[in-house]
Design a protein around this ligand. Structure first.
Ligand code: DX5
Ligand code: ZN
Length: 219
């Protein structure tokens, strides 16, 4: 059985004690920390930026899986890299030149992810799949936690997994939005390697992070 990685989204954490929540996630068995960066422009919500990421960096050894929902994204890559991101994921609509943004992230020695919104087609990134480390499939429209999983993205995951096998590529498939104990199984069966989860991890079983992470890993 494939080993599934869990990337809890701190969008559902208590922002007044982020460092404590991150430590609890680490002790609870998280593989990385998903950081949702929103600019109130690319998506209709605002969250945190490089200074907060930088100050959190010293509180965990886990990789920071930074999901940039900002436009324009290119000119801010260095700031997120310097702040301590390990994986930097951007949306193709937010850059004028996808290849240049990939190269900039690589030059900073960070892993590169590209995120596809529910209505963004795979063909947009087809030419880049051999150059990136991760494809982040959005299973909700980005902007808010707690939304309902969009089933139609399952076909996209299956297609990506097929392309990956056919072309013998190594990128990971991560899914983000509406993941619960049922939708996680559907996503994993379709080919997902990494589950992002905010609401389920922070709210199910009275917020028992360790238990919720364990359940997601055993699905
Ligand atoms: C949505 C964010 C997600 C979100 C997931 O724009 O990218 O990471 O926090 O939250 P849940 O798990 O609550 O759907
Ligand atoms: Zn996200």
């Amino acid at each position: 059985m494939k080993k599934i990685k869990i990337s809890p989204s701190i969008l559902s954490a208590d922002f007044s004690k982020l460092s404590e929540d991150i430590k609890r996630l680490e002790h609870g068995g998280a593989d990385m920390i998903h950081v949702d960066v929103m600019d109130g422009h690319f998506v209709p919500n605002l969250t945190i930026g490089p200074p907060v990421i930088k100050s959190l960096r010293k509180h965990t050894k886990l990789p920071f899986d930074v999901h940039l929902m900002i436009n324009p994204v290119h000119k801010y890559i260095k700031d997120y890299s310097d702040a301590g991101a390990d994986i930097i994921t951007f949306h193709p609509e937010a850059t004028e030149n996808i290849m240049e943004t990939i190269n900039l992230i690589k030059t900073s020695n960070k892993k590169v992810g590209i995120s596809l919104n529910p209505n963004t087609e795979i063909k947009i990134i087809y030419d880049y799949l051999d150059k990136i480390d991760l494809v982040l499939i959005m299973s909700v429209y980005p902007g808010f936690g707690g939304q309902k999983f969009i089933n139609a993205v399952i076909e996209k995951i299956k297609k990506l997994d097929e392309i990956r096998k056919d072309r013998k590529l190594n990128f990971q498939i991560e899914i983000d939005g509406g993941i619960n104990f049922e939708t996680a199984k559907i996503a994993i069966d379709a080919g997902v390697d990494i589950l992002v989860s905010g609401t389920t991890i922070f709210k199910e079983n009275n917020g028992d992070l360790k238990k919720n992470i364990k359940i997601l890993k055993q699905i």
